[in-house]
Ligand binder design. Structure first.
Ligand code: HEC
Length: 725
């Protein structure tokens, strides 16, 4: 029997790819996973943005919450909050001597203070002992005024030095996508001269320290020798904007990182268009921001008070003239990026494509004949695996013997926001996928990427056994080769798991379990994992919506009375009541949806990274857009143009980047589909009790239903459906 559509494991091949890799999914259902570290015994440790630290057993898929760090982070209870939207639990590294000392290092946004911390924690009985926290670095931060960019990647090199990347903590939105070097008195957080360009500030840097039993020491070879006036000795690399994921060559100790660049679409008098970068540092250095970008393209010093354009920066002897600069004025010479690319097609690196960008650096591949796996060939020895979160691709960049760029190819694509990529000891890759949305994902995952040895992995799904209390059984399972396989059952109990034996079904023993799991293993050791959660937590308060009595089924244009209550009433100004006509065709069961064609278009054009149809993400929910413009005549032209130009200010301060790769007729189709979401919908806001007018009739049949919903931030929405005339 074959079940080709059940693919917890998928074979990923496309014609453009060099050698296919087999993806074997280990853990699913993660909430915004940020970074992964592999322990000496092979366990995966994963952090989630909102503060959970997970241990994952790579053999059974077991996911164990070993601690929750109190962090400041954007929460689903307040999804539109403008405060510290890029904060959270940001980075993790495991001590090289973890087997004996149980130390893990975390970088996080403190909940109780306006600061980020690099701290060491010690595990006790497999759990984080919060009393064991040893704070190593305190980095001041600003969360208001959309001061963003926290970076936060942590890595050890083979000498036991710990690297931490930090962002420029600056509002990038008010400087039109060029250098944010605003010196005006009230624009503190719009000025990266105070952070990334400041030799005396730990932000916008890659820091390098040697952790000790009680703190840390400064290693030899950092950018400024200890004791140099107006400098911080922890700085290894300065001049970074948002150096999001870092990686270190295990043999040469060369440092790589992806740098998320600014948004300017075109070169202009205030500087070059924005580029993302993959950087390489063989030694300490200044990588330019906010005075230089890409392959040393300089910005001029702009006086934001009168918009005059001053002296052009000289990349060989850049200066920081900012009045908030507490460090040196004369900076070390700027270093060129290793790889750089704009939104548009890249002349230098065409394989990287165009569109949204979020450059990241992954591990360096070395071919090792005596290792279990080599994901690339002998000819690929010394290859950097860089990737892009927005584009969903991993690239393989072949390096020369002396670490110069030789060529770049696509290794893998169609990845759901690759967030981290590590090389495991056995030579397999470990891929962390963030999930499809910008925030509040429940579908983050961890996978192994293995070379294709011709053996196709099995597939499995499980279900509750009908009519058997606490019984679970294999729903569908198959091995593509038709060979026998073994199904083992596990339950998760707090931070451990219990093996319940093998077979096609199982009955849970007495106990309190978080999850039941079946692991199917084929003759060659390839596995597939299926899981069912046994916890049903609900954190949000609920609203109660009541409708006034009507004598007959309501129809288009009628008025309906409503009333909203809750255990603790929401602030009326946060409340919105919507009415939506659901046609009788039966295909509209959930919330408003796109038709299949625009749904595909939105996916193909990366819109879904920032937008969902029914909920707010980085950008507004499309249904909210539709409601807002439902009566505006020129809405279509306006929105098509907005996609072309990008911009901010309508829904918040975060801009939409220009959709450079979007074809004109696709823009037209997408905007049409977005606006059509409002057909048959209406909204009133701001009152706990009142009346809503049902929308005018549109091109549809009668006889469907009315869905009336009440929504407020911090509450789970309430929806009622009543038959329509
Ligand atoms: C990187 C994140 C991002 C991506 C990718 C993105 N958007 Fe947006 N979008 C935003 C943000 C942020 C806003 C709010 C802008 C504002 O407040 O003016 C927005 C606003 C919009 C609006 C409303 C504009 C207005 O002025 O009211 C539409 C329509 C829209 N986006 C459609 C799209 C489509 C279609 C795509 C894909 C082709 C897309 N977006 C891709 C972030 C994004």
């Amino acid at each position: 029997m074959k079940f080709p559509f059940l693919l917890p494991l998928a074979l990923l091949t496309t014609s453009a790819l060099a050698a296919p890799l087999v993806k074997q999914t280990i853990a699913t259902g993660l909430n915004d996973p940020m970074e992964i570290a592999i322990a000496p015994n092979g366990d995966f440790y994963v952090i989630e943005r909102e503060g959970r630290v997970l241990r994952i057993n790579p053999n059974t898929g077991g996911i164990f919450v070993i601690g929750t760090i109190k962090v400041h982070a954007l929460r689903s209870t307040e999804p539109k909050s403008p405060i510290g939207r890029e904060d959270g639990l940001l980075g993790i590294a495991i001590d090289p001597a973890f087997s004996t000392n149980q130390h893990i290092f975390l970088y996080y946004s403190a909940a109780d203070k306006l600061e980020n911390r690099l701290s060491r924690f010690t595990l006790k009985d497999g759990k984080i002992d919060s009393a064991s926290e040893l704070q190593l670095l305190i980095i001041p931060t600003e969360r208001d005024q959309t001061a963003t960019h926290q970076a936060g990647s942590l890595k050890f090199d083979s000498d036991g030095l710990l690297y931490l990347s930090t962002g420029d903590n600056t509002n990038p939105f008010a400087s039109a996508g060029v250098a944010p070097i605003d010196d005006r008195d009230d624009k503190i957080f719009f000025d990266a001269q105070r952070t990334a360009g400041n030799t005396n500030d730990l932000r916008g840097k890659i820091l390098r320290i040697k952790p000790t039993k009680t703190g840390y020491e400064i290693p030899q070879g950092n950018l400024f020798p200890k004791g140099t006036a107006k400098t911080r000795p922890e700085i290894y690399v300065m001049g970074c904007r948002n150096p999001f994921r870092i990686s270190i060559d295990p043999k040469t100790k060369t440092l790589y990182w992806g740098e998320v660049g600014p948004d300017a679409q075109a070169d202009g008098p205030k500087g070059p268009r924005g580029h993302d970068e993959v950087n390489q540092a063989k030694a300490a250095g200044n990588f330019g921001w906010p005075f230089v970008i890409a392959n040393n393209k300089p910005y001029p010093i702009v006086d934001f008070s009168n918009n005059t354009i001053g002296q052009m920066t000289d990349p060989n002897s850049p200066k920081n003239p900012g009045k908030r600069n507490t460090g040196l004025t004369d900076l070390p010479p700027a270093q060129s990026a290793f790889i750089w690319y704009p939104y548009a097609d890249s002349a230098e690196f065409p394989i990287i494509g165009k569109g949204g960008r979020n450059a990241m650096a992954g591990p360096i591949f070395y071919h090792e004949a005596d290792r279990k796996f080599n994901i690339l060939s002998k000819e690929d020895n010394k290859t950097l695996l860089n990737y892009d979160w927005m584009r969903g691709k991993i690239f393989k960049t072949k390096l020369t013997e002396d670490e110069k760029f030789e060529k770049m190819e696509i290794l893998m694509e169609k990845i759901v926001h690759p967030m981290d990529l590590e090389m495991n000891k056995d030579g397999s890759l470990v891929l962390l996928e963030y999930g499809s949305d910008w925030y509040f994902n429940k579908n983050g995952s961890v996978s192994n990427l293995l070379p294709d040895d011709g053996n196709k992995p099995p597939t499995i799904t499980i279900k509750a056994t009908p009519d058997v209390a606490n019984g679970y059984s294999v729903d569908k399972a198959s091995d593509p080769e038709g060979k026998p396989m073994v199904v083992s059952w596990y339950v998760t109990e707090d931070t451990t798991e219990r093996n319940l034996g093998t077979g096609s079904n199982i009955v849970l023993p007495a106990g309190k379990f978080q999850e039941i799991r079946a692991v199917a293993k084929d003759e060659n050791g390839a596995i597939a994992i299926a899981r069912i959660s046994l916890t049903h937590a609900s954190e949000l308060k609920s609203l109660k919506l009541e409708l006034g009595k009507t004598t007959q089924k309501p129809t288009f244009g009628d008025k309906l009375k409503y009333k909203v209550t809750a255990e603790q009433n929401p602030d009326p100004k946060n409340l919105s009541i919507r009415a939506r006509y659901v046609p009788p065709t039966g295909h509209d069961s959930g919330g408003p949806k796109f038709e299949p064609e625009p749904a595909e278009l939105a996916k193909a054009n990366q819109c879904l990274a920032c937008h969902q149809v029914d909920t707010t993400s980085v950008g507004p929910a499309y249904f909210d857009v539709a409601i807002k413009y439902r009566d505006q005549k020129d809405a279509k032209d306006y929105l098509v143009n907005k996609l072309k130009t990008g911009g901010s200010g309508v829904w918040g301060v975060v801009p939409m980047p220009p959709q450079a790769a979007l074809k004109a007729d696709d823009a037209d189709r997408l905007v049409t589909a977005i606006l059509e979401l409002a057909h048959g919908a209406n909204e009133v806001a701001g009152n706990l009790e009142g009346e809503i007018t049902l929308p005018p009739k549109f091109n549809t049949e009668l006889g469907g239903a009315w869905e009336i919903s009440a929504e407020a931030a911090g509450y789970s929405p309430s929806k009622i459906r009543i038959p329509a005339k």
